[in-house]
Design a protein. Structure first.
Length: 103
């Protein structure tokens, strides 16, 4: 693998992050906290470009067989895949949510 991989967010991951931002801003009335969390998630994902194996392999066999890795950021799980040149962020979900249906 190259020293620094490219980072790409799928449209689903982007929608997940928009949903997180909107929920925290609108339902919890905490727009500053929402922005701070999204920034933290993005920075954590950026670290994966130089350390793509930093996340763990999910316990779910289906996700593991598909090559997914998982990074924990506060109460959220970032699911991603790695190939020769790209770290692809697939989904960002709340950690207590049943996420198996997403994949």
């Amino acid at each position: 693998m190259p020293d620094n991989l490219k980072l790409k967010f799928t449209s689903k991951a982007k929608a997940d992050m928009t949903g997180i931002l909107d929920y925290i801003s609108d339902n919890l009335y905490a727009p500053a906290a929402a922005t701070k969390l999204i920034d933290k998630i993005e920075k954590s994902c950026q670290i994966l470009t130089s350390s793509p194996l930093a996340g763990s392999i999910p316990r779910d066999d289906t996700l593991a067989r598909k090559g997914y890795r998982m990074l924990v950021v506060d109460n959220y799980l970032v699911f991603y895949t790695v190939d020769d040149s790209v770290v692809r962020i697939m989904h960002v979900v709340y950690g207590r949510r049943n996420f198996n249906w997403l994949f």
